[in-house]
Design a protein around this ligand. Structure first.
Ligand SMILES: Cc1cc2nc3c(=O)[nH]c(=O)nc-3n(C[C@H](O)[C@H](O)[C@H](O)COP(=O)(O)O)c2cc1C
Length: 357
């Protein structure tokens, strides 16, 4: 199975969690973006790896990417295909789930949509593992954007009831994010890390999982990119954000808070600074009418708690059409957002690449 994002910068992700490989085809890469630093890309991919920390699954996912095709077209744009071999599958853990769907996962509707032949082991094409090829495309886009002075950073804004300091919307502190190593919690405040860690461990100890919010910021975007309606930056970024499994809400700028604000409070007043137009606040999150304002782009993505929990749950046996209690075995992250931080950076980079080309 494959799925494509983008109009000019096209990203097609293929494969499934327990297929021999997963991968990505990228089309419309600007010529200069073909010349990316492979070691840096691998380091970026490694951030998604489980690490040795207590918050992640014990699955071993080395995620070494291999470029299998690379070509520069006559129009100066490039295409590239890269794969990651799946090496640590334990399909046995998923045998029972073929007939007894996990509440909260794609198992039940996917069986009706694609039939029982679709290999849903490990979540199949709905697996969080599909964010690894996204990180290849996004990691390449990230390097290309950096050359244009655009930088992107993301952190865990909240996990359960534990919160980190939110970015300053005028000057998001992306250089102050710590914990950008495999298996660690990416945050601005050390105190938040401890509180988040205990939220995750408490959920895990109870055989449960927990939801979280990731906040992302992009700095250095020029004013006047994007367009009206479906050409708007929100319209372009939202599908790639919602393509990340477990994302249930996306907000830009003040987001859902605008519903309880007055116009006088929400509007970002303009003023002149050194001959340039600046804004006093950034409730717009860097976007008005879908067009970049030149202020930092700020978005927040809400992740649901991991569907696969080890508590006994009520489900049904679809073969025998009867009730069945489900006890999920296997290796699952208690909080999927922890490893989704690089995926959110990657999605932002790939989306912005599509906007800026
Ligand atoms: C990085 C990442 C890792 C994930 N790991 C798991 C996991 O171990 N177990 C699980 O049940 N779901 C996991 N998920 C979430 C499911 O893939 C997702 O909830 C499922 O496909 C249903 O899609 P939906 O939640 O978007 O509706 C993960 C998601 C991400 C982004």
């Amino acid at each position: 199975m494959e799925s494509t994002f983008g109009r000019k910068f096209k990203v097609t992700i293929f494969g499934g969690s327990h297929e021999p490989e997963i991968g990505v085809r990228i089309e419309g890469l600007p010529g200069e973006a073909m010349d990316f630093d492979e070691e840096r890309l691998q380091q970026f991919l490694d951030l998604r790896a489980p690490g040795n920390g207590p918050f992640a699954t014990k699955r071993k996912e080395p995620d070494r990417f291999i470029v299998t095709d690379r070509a520069l077209g006559p129009d100066g744009t490039g295409s590239l295909r890269a794969v990651i071999k799946n090496t640590d599958q334990r399909s046995g853990d998923y045998k029972k789930l073929a007939d007894v769907p996990r509440p909260g996962h794609a198992d039940f509707p996917a069986r009706y949509r694609y039939g029982s032949d679709l290999n849903m082991a490990g979540g199949g094409p709905f697996s969080g593992r599909m964010t690894a090829p996204l990180c290849i495309a996004g990691g390449i886009a990230l390097q290309a954007l950096e050359k244009k002075g655009i930088r992107i950073g993301a952190h865990l804004l909240s996990v359960g009831s534990a919160s980190d300091r939110a970015f300053d919307p005028l000057r998001p502190e992306i250089d102050e994010i710590t914990g950008l190593v495999p298996g660690e919690l990416a945050v601005l405040e050390e105190a938040a890390r401890e509180k988040m860690a205990s939220e995750i461990m408490n959920a895990k100890d109870e055989g449960d999982s927990i939801g979280a919010v990731i906040e992302v910021a992009a700095l250095g975007l020029p004013v006047g990119k994007g367009g009206a309606m479906y050409d708007g930056v929100e319209s372009i970024l939202s599908p790639i954000y919602f393509g990340i499994p477990a994302v249930k809400a996306v907000e830009f700028g003040a987001g859902a808070r605008v519903a309880s604000m007055r116009g006088s409070e929400n509007n970002d007043a303009y003023y002149m600074e050194g001959g340039e137009v600046a804004a006093r606040t950034n409730n717009a999150g860097g976007l008005l009418g879908g067009i970049t304002t030149g202020m930092p782009l700020i978005a927040r993505l809400s992740f649901k708690p991991t569907p696969s929990i080890s508590k006994v749950q009520e489900s049904v046996n679809l073969k025998e059409m009867r009730a069945e209690q489900l006890k999920i075995e296997g290796r699952h992250d208690p909080c999927v957002a922890v490893r989704a931080v690089p995926a959110v950076v990657a999605a932002t980079a790939a989306g912005l690449m599509d906007v800026l080309i």
